[in-house]
Design a protein around this ligand. Sequence first.
Ligand code: SF4
Length: 290
Amino acid sequence: MLKRLKEGGTLPMLTSCSPGWINFCETFYPDQLDHLSTCKSPQQMFGSLVKTYWAQKMGVDPSKIYSVSIMPCTAKKFEAARPEMNSSGYRDVDLVLTTREVGKLFRIGGPIWDKMEPSQFDSLMGAYTGAAVIFGASGGVMEAALRTVYEVVTGKTLADVNFTGVRGFESIKEASVDLDGTVVKVAVANSLGAARKIMDEVKAGTSPYHFIEVMCCPGGCIGGGGQTIPSTIAKKVERIHAIYDEDAGLPLRKSHENPEVKALYDDFLHEPLGHKSHELLHTHYHPTGK
Ligand code: SF4
């Protein structure tokens, strides 16, 4: 987004982390694909880095790595199988299990929760910030991006990292952010029905926004097609509250403050949007027939 704002790329820019949304855009708006961010989804970025950066640092032959992701999402299975998702030289993500499938495996295996001790994720690539946690809620990707864009553009520290205007269950949410004189208008489409309304404006050239988040599933990934099915809206609200509570309690809440992300750029990728990050973290989209 920063590059497009500074250098005049295609706007509004659309997020690309939801493969259900990407499938929808490739199918129904094939002439608007230039608006999509070229960033791969977190699953695919992680997959390509595990078999390159992590393998190199840990001294492991990448051909011996079998990477499994646990996701809220059935569309992630399709995404992992896309032929272009092999920039590590191997299939970047070998297997995707949905959270519902993992729940079934746990039930088959018997009650194990009370035998498990809470523990930290392994390093390398285990550190995370609140910005990552909130990706699971509609508006979270936008909020995480704004926390970083604001500080990088203005050079100032945010007094309050909570962009509450993009949170919640409304179908379309809007906000404006003043980046030292440049007002950036953003929107969040919470479901594909909302995305269609927004995309019809983009297609007509009347969209007033610079940056738009689209999540395929209502509520975001907390309501994903691979999740245990929430029996009521109140259950979805509980999940969203849990996410924002976790974010609020973390010492680091902005992606650019993650020490392992900084080390990744220092030691391996060298610069955002440089050659290596372009190769491993970015992709392109293709029109598909209806
Ligand atoms: S919003 Fe739905 S389709 Fe998109 S990544 Fe989340 S669970 Fe998958």
